[in-house]
Design a protein around this ligand. Structure first.
Ligand code: G6P
Length: 603
């Protein structure tokens, strides 16, 4: 987590360059921020607790700097205060760091013996002291940086300034992401391309173990003590995707982008009908079982995928949380396929789970949003979701793009195995065409979502129930609610509630009951009646339009009925919107919920 930027060049008001860059990286963490820069030979360091705006209000944005680094933090070691905020400075070095130095305690003890004192609780100050110590032993910065890999265990992307070379910026990367932005008589480092997108589209991706020296006119890349050639890429990212474009929050903008994202993700696979789907996707028929591994909402997308692949293609699917998969006996068989799902492509648990599966010799497929990310590079096969840049920490459009691709995998397998009729395919393709307008329709019902939010606002516990695919959606709805509205919520398999949790249902307790799967609708409705008769305030989210029985719910949200394969892509929209409206009503920080970060690069 954490975002880092660095700049070397001659721009006027270049303090603004650092702050602008950090603004685009706040999704990586936002509990404190800091910058360090050299201007007219003088070093300045400014750090503030809290979101970047606190720092922005304290610095002179118009000041010209020659070289500078900046950081926005998601605390791992020590509280979020100005002392622990980056940059850290020891001896001649000032650094910003993203990642975790796992052996920092051992290093700290050794460095203490050498006379180093520590002011902060961070692993980064230890790293900075180590760099200073190594530099005292060998007066060559590049040698020092190269030696770090032998001394440090853990993950790191680091921006380094040294007093002896006030016109040079150094950078090193291992497992945490880092790119170099290539400008005209100026150069940058950053955790991610959007940080520099309004300055340059040209960038270089650093690989693990790479380190670099940047001046305003030159970029030198090294690996293991040797010069390394590099390729300059041109970002195709749309700069407008990192703007709110009139929406009050990125999350709302991203929820509204879902119809477009669905088209962009799905259409390339269906351009010439179902045959394109077979041509453009790997042959899944050779696998006896599919294992899906991911974190957070990506796991929930995987759970929807499991329902679809099992139902439509009759292939067993097992879903595991990556942080558990990493350390479990997984009993992988060589004819199984491991699918990892990740928006960022850099979630460390998902990446390590992928590497473990590769080591065990099975085929791997990544469903990834961020092109050229570590997980995309490591996966044997990749299918990209076309969600564009997602800024709000709580995922919406990337989640539904993941679900869309999983539905396509189910369709591909179902067709390849001759399990679907021509008419079945026709129906699905028709619904694919209509889905974006159904999504738009659902997005119009703002007043309905606001009213529901009002009716549940004063309750501390909210339950989501459903069966089968609706249970998988309940989990995502509940997570969204917790993440952004700070309301405790649980998702339950509807039939399981009576085995304990129903004791929590009192007069007025909000229960969101989801019913879209016709085959088990009557069972879920019975469970909803059980909570209703115990006083629950039932919000019934359903695709069942003409229902005679109407005494088991307080509010009903109707979703257009489409083929079961595509239904989840509609069901999730009211759930996202209810969470959004509730968080808004409660005055929460919607795009940057407390304690969270979008890109989780620590385990
Ligand atoms: C974080 C985000 C979640 C996301 C999860 C996995 O916790 O806040 O929204 O689902 O990481 O992220 P990934 O980038 O791997 O999809």
């Amino acid at each position: 987590m954490c975002g880092i930027v660095g700049y070397v060049g001659n721009k006027e008001n270049s303090v603004r360059v650092l702050i602008d860059g950090l603004k685009k990286l706040e999704y990586r963490g936002y509990d404190s921020a800091g910058i360090a820069f050299i201007s007219n030979g003088k070093l300045n360091i400014q750090k503030e607790k809290g979101e970047l705006v606190n720092l922005q209000n304290r610095v002179n944005l118009d000041k010209k700097l020659d070289i500078g680094i900046g950081h926005t933090r998601w605390a791992t070691h020590g509280k979020s205060n100005a002392l622990n905020a980056h940059p850290h400075r020891v001896g001649k070095f000032t650094i910003v760091h993203n990642g975790i130095i796992e052996n920092y305690n051992e290093l700290k003890e050794e460095l203490k013996k050498e006379g180093y004192d520590f002011n902060s609780e961070t692993d980064t100050e230890v790293l900075c002291s180590l760099i200073d110590k190594l530099y005292k032993e060998d007066n060559n910065i590049l040698n020092v940086i190269n030696k770090l890999k032998n001394e440090i265990k853990g993950t790191y992307a680091v921006g380094i300034m040294c007093d002896d070379y006030p016109d040079q910026l150094y950078a090193v990367k291992n497992k945490s992401p880092l790119i170099i932005g290539v400008g005209d008589n100026e150069n940058y480092i950053a955790s991610d391309v959007p940080a520099i997108l309004d300055k340059t589209r040209k960038y270089i991706v650093l690989e693990d173990g790479d380190y670099a020296k940047l001046t305003n006119s030159e970029i030198k890349l090294y690996h293991d003590g040797k010069n390394k050639d590099y390729k300059v890429e041109l970002s195709q990212l749309d700069a407008s995707s990192v703007d709110k474009q009139g929406y009050p929050h990125y999350m709302l903008k991203e929820i509204h982008e879902q119809p477009e994202v669905f088209k962009k993700t799905v259409n390339p696979y269906l351009s010439e009908g179902i045959e394109t789907l077979i041509l453009k996707m790997p042959d899944f028929t050779k696998y006896s079982k599919i294992r899906i591994v991911a974190c957070g909402s990506a796991t929930h997308a995987g759970l929807v995928g499991k329902q679809m692949i099992e139902k439509f293609a009759n292939v067993e699917v097992q879903v595991d949380t990556a942080s558990e998969f990493r350390y479990s006996k997984n009993f992988l068989k060589e004819d199984e396929l491991v699918i990892v799902i990740s928006q960022s492509g850099e979630t460390i648990d998902t990446l390590e789970a992928l590497l473990k599966a590769k080591k065990e010799g099975v085929d791997t497929l990544g469903i990834i949003n961020a092109k050229d990310s570590a997980i995309a590079r490591e996966s044997k096969m990749v299918l990209y979701t076309e969600a564009g840049k997602e800024i709000a920490v709580a995922t919406t459009k990337a989640y539904s793009a993941q679900v869309a691709l999983l539905c396509l995998i189910a369709l591909n397998l179902s067709y390849s195995k001759n399990l679907i009729t021509k008419d079945g395919i026709k129906d699905i393709l028709k619904d694919v065409r209509n889905l974006p307008s159904y999504m738009e329709e659902l997005l119009q019902n703002t007043e309905e979502y606001k009213n529901i939010a009002k009716s549940i606002k004063d309750y501390n516990d909210i339950f989501f129930i459903g069966r089968g695919v609706d249970y998988a959606l309940a989990m995502e709805g509940s997570l969204k609610l917790k993440e952004i509205s700070y309301t405790h919520s649980e998702a339950y398999a509807a039939g399981e509630l009576k085995h304990g949790t129903i004791s929590l249902i009192d007069e007025g307790t909000p229960v969101i009951g989801i019913v879209t799967d016709e085959t088990i609708a009557s069972k879920t409705i019975s469970n909803i009646k059980e909570v209703k008769s115990r006083g629950a305030n039932v919000i019934y989210v359903t695709s069942r339009k003409d229902e005679k029985d109407n005494d088991f719910y307080d509010k009903k949200v109707i979703i257009p009925k489409v083929n079961d394969l595509l239904q989840p892509l509609l069901t999730v929209i009211p759930l996202q919107m209810i969470s959004y409206e509730l968080a808004k009503l409660k005055g929460c920080s919607i795009d940057k919920p407390k304690n969270l970060a979008k890109s989780v690069t620590v385990e």
